[in-house]
Ligand binder design. Structure first.
Ligand code: FMN
Length: 172
């Protein structure tokens, strides 16, 4: 059995749920470990046959830990089979749900010199009841200006799970 490492950078946990789903789709061929990027410092990265990194957007940005990890491990990532997926609310829009059309993915690919062999972008989840006051009203404002749902008593999941499966299948 080959070994898969999925590293994730997340605030509210939805990126981890996507990572777990990818690992399930690959479970016939790969035995997976799923680890927060922040906890990966002492991990034996070299032991893995495939490394997938997943990260979510908050206030227009991926966390700095994503870029630090990539800078630090660029040659390892280039020497292995590797993939990247981004998670954000903008990807709920059909015109912005591919690596080529999603603005955050494009910004990411310009900012880092790593070119992941396989790339994906998935709609995230807006879970209004879970957020603290400022985040709740800030993301509601972002949703309002981008014609998204604004009912703060509800959660909205925008992930297309067929796209997640298709991304995983490319990595068999
Ligand atoms: C406070 C806040 C700010 C966000 N900012 C953005 C944003 O600027 N652009 C965007 O497309 N999505 C934005 N999102 C949506 C997140 O990317 C989405 O909720 C994602 O599922 C979060 O992943 P996580 O649960 O792994 O942290 C924001 C969400 C929150 C709660």
């Amino acid at each position: 059995m080959k070994k898969l490492l999925i590293l994730f950078s997340s605030t509210d946990g939805h990126t981890k749920i996507i990572a777990e789903t990818i690992a399930r789709h690959l479970s016939e061929n790969y035995c997976a470990d799923i680890v927060r990027i922040a906890d990966s410092q002492t991990f034996p990265l070299d032991h893995y046959d495939l490394i997938i990194i997943g990260a979510s957007i908050r206030y227009g940005k991926f966390k700095p830990e994503l870029y630090s990890f990539i800078d630090q491990h660029m040659s390892l990532l280039d020497s292995k089979k590797s993939a990247f997926f981004g998670v954000n609310a903008v990807a709920r829009k059909p015109a912005k749900n591919t690596p080529e059309t999603n603005p955050y993915m494009q910004k990411f690919l310009k900012k880092t010199s790593w070119t992941p062999q396989t790339q994906g972008v998935f709609g995230g989840k807006i879970d209004y009841p879970k957020y603290q006051f400022i985040d709740k009203y800030m993301i509601r404002f972002i949703m309002w200006i981008t014609n998204g749902p604004t009912d703060i008593s509800q959660s909205f999941e925008f992930t297309n799970w067929n796209d997640v499966e298709a991304f995983a299948r490319k990595l068999y």
